[in-house]
Design a protein around this ligand. Structure first.
Ligand SMILES: NC(=O)C1=CN([C@@H]2O[C@H](COP(=O)(O)OP(=O)(O)OC[C@H]3O[C@@H](n4cnc5c(N)ncnc54)[C@H](O)[C@@H]3O)[C@@H](O)[C@H]2O)[C@@H](O)CC1
Ligand SMILES: Nc1ncnc2c1ncn2[C@@H]1O[C@H](COP(=O)(O)OP(=O)(O)O)[C@@H](O)[C@H]1O
Ligand SMILES: [K+]
Length: 499
């Protein structure tokens, strides 16, 4: 897997194995050097103002002190704010402190806002954070929000859980960095939940560890390489029957729009034919998308069609029947929105999902995932990877837990975190488009895992393009996504062709 992500336990194990082969303090010195290089790159020619280095009581503070010594040796004006804490200090961190004290760095107890800094470095806490930030730490971390210069976090923004991306504590705070240089290996918490807001741009400094020291990663950052084998250019001699039928089953009274958006998503992602099987009054036509075929759900023939079950489906008995029929069918399905709420209410349906032979992709947002697992949305967000994994295992399906850094999980426990997308997607209907795109990829023969990864990646990339064009994030609409996603998809297909 490329772009590997490691749990804190895996990082600790690799670090311990490496430390046993190296001279004492070598890893911390390497971390301090990598951090200084990152800071120098950020500073560029901006050397007139000083750099503030916040150093905490543990080894993260040790990294920061090594870095302060390196920066001052490089001629940078450095001010260190060292919070010693009362606990035991590791020999490496003690050595780093002695080195920083002997350097030209100034140790001072300053308020964050007293100077115009060129850069603030967060070396308070890393993967050893054990409880919420309080007192002086909390004050400093909130103070960082007010600075206008870049903020570089070492390893992990202090206050953030590196495994989950949750801010630690009920009313917890965490550093909002513009950049993070993370050590030894990349960590999931920097890329999902609150992670993207707190970590900023993430660079990995591997510190020269031998790859054989790592346990196999069970998580990665999603990338087109993971679904590239499905992006083959179309043969000249092809016909619509090769690209599959998608039927969106939904659109109860008053919710036709959800089914239409999903159907448009499927059409623009290349399905051969797209139907909308409506639980409410069947529309005669979508005048802006006349290619879509509307049918009444109660007498619609679902056989041989990939189904997108749920957009605007409502909760009536008829919806439950349509969902059950789709689940028991032999074609791949996507279950979304109201389909998931109905599923949450029926253990029987959940078991039938788990027994399905054809591909199944389930796309809950955090509240839908919470209903399915009988927990709160807060608990889902506190452990997005764990939640996605347990749902995937329970339903024996590929699960997309949506939101910032969508988590795609498979029943065997492997997960990928999607790096594309932005808050422009936080608008009604964007999830319907995603479900339709995923249905179209399944209809074109993509396996569930690749279809889910491809749909999520391209849907997010479409939103990113719209932002680049000034169409969002504010005011971006779900209806603008299908055409933008189509450009992304064709761009990837063109790249996949023979040079
Ligand atoms: N051991 C080494 O040689 C290396 C350490 N590294 C760095 O070391 C970090 C991990 O070091 P540590 O295990 O010392 O952990 P941290 O430095 O992240 O924090 C642990 C220290 O903070 C205290 N603490 C935890 N939460 C607190 C809170 N909320 N309020 C007040 N005090 C709190 C603990 O009692 C302990 O003293 C990594 O994130 C990384 O930055 C890496 O540079 C790799 C090399
Ligand atoms: N802040 C965000 N950053 C990135 N993606 C987001 C964000 N908010 C929402 N999304 C994405 O937008 C889509 C919203 O889906 P959903 O919550 O089902 O909305 P709806 O039901 O209105 O269609 C999902 O793909 C989700 O991952
Ligand atoms: K930190």
């Amino acid at each position: 897997m490329e772009n590997r992500l490691y749990s804190v336990a895996q990082i600790r194990a690799a670090e311990a194995a490496a430390a046993a082969q190296l001279e004492a303090g070598a890893l911390m010195r390497r971390a301090g050097q990598a951090a200084a290089d990152a800071a120098l790159a950020l500073l560029g020619e901006a050397r007139a103002r000083p750099v503030l280095v916040l150093a905490g009581p543990g080894n993260n503070g040790g990294d920061a002190l090594e870095m302060a010594a390196n920066l001052s040796e490089a001629g940078v004006d450095v001010v260190v704010l060292h919070l010693a804490g009362g606990g035991k200090v590791s020999p490496e961190a003690a050595q780093a402190l002695a080195r920083a004290r002997a350097s030209r760095a100034n140790f001072a107890d300053v308020a964050l806002d007293v100077r115009d800094w060129a850069l603030v470095v967060d070396g308070l806490f890393g993967i050893g954070l054990a409880r919420p930030l309080e007192g002086r730490y909390r004050e400093l971390v909130t103070g960082i929000d007010a600075v206008r210069c870049p903020v570089l976090a070492l390893d992990v923004p202090s206050g953030l859980d590196a495994d989950s991306g949750a801010v630690v504590g009920p009313n917890g705070v965490a550093v909002r960095a513009t950049h993070t240089v993370t050590f030894i290996g990349d960590k999931p918490g920097l890329h999902t939940a609150e992670g993207r807001d707190h970590a900023g741009r993430v660079d990995v400094a591997g510190l020269g560890l031998d790859p054989s020291l790592f346990e196999p990663a069970r998580a990665c950052i999603a990338a087109p390489a993971m679904f590239a084998s499905r992006l083959a250019p179309r043969r000249q001699n092809s016909h619509k029957g090769e690209f599959g039928d998608v039927a969106v089953v939904g659109g109860a009274h008053g919710m036709a729009g959800a089914a239409v958006l999903a159907a448009r998503g499927a059409l623009y992602a290349g399905a051969g034919r797209v139907f909308a099987a409506m639980l409410g009054p069947a529309l005669a036509l979508d005048a802006t998308q006349p290619e879509l075929m509307f049918r009444a759900a109660h007498d619609f023939e679902i056989a041989d069609r990939v189904l997108v079950l749920g957009p605007g489906m409502g909760g009536a008995m008829e919806a439950m029947r349509a969902l059950g029929a789709g689940i028991d069918g032999a074609t791949p399905v996507v279950i979304d929105a109201d389909g998931l709420n109905l599923l949450a209410a029926s253990l029987d349906l959940q078991e039938r999902v788990a027994r399905r032979q054809a591909g199944t992709v389930v796309t809950p947002h955090p509240l839908e995932a919470a209903r399915l697992l009988g927990i709160s949305a807060h608990e889902v967000q506190a452990d997005r990877l764990g939640t996605a994994r347990s749902l995937a295992r329970r339903l024996q399906a590929v699960v997309v837990l949506k939101g910032s850094g969508s988590v795609v999980a498979r029943p065997d426990g492997d997960v990928a975190i999607n790096p594309t997308g932005n808050p422009g997607l936080a608008t009604g209907g964007s999830g319907d488009v995603l479900a339709g795109v995923c249905g179209a990829l399944l209809a074109q023969g993509w396996p569930a895992w690749e279809a889910a990864l491809g749909a999520v990646w391209m849907h997010g990339a479409a939103a990113d393009r719209l932002v680049e064009e000034g169409i969002g994030p504010v005011g971006m609409t779900a209806g603008e996504l299908p055409a933008a996603m189509r450009r992304v998809l064709n761009g990837l297909v063109a790249k996949s062709g023979r040079g």
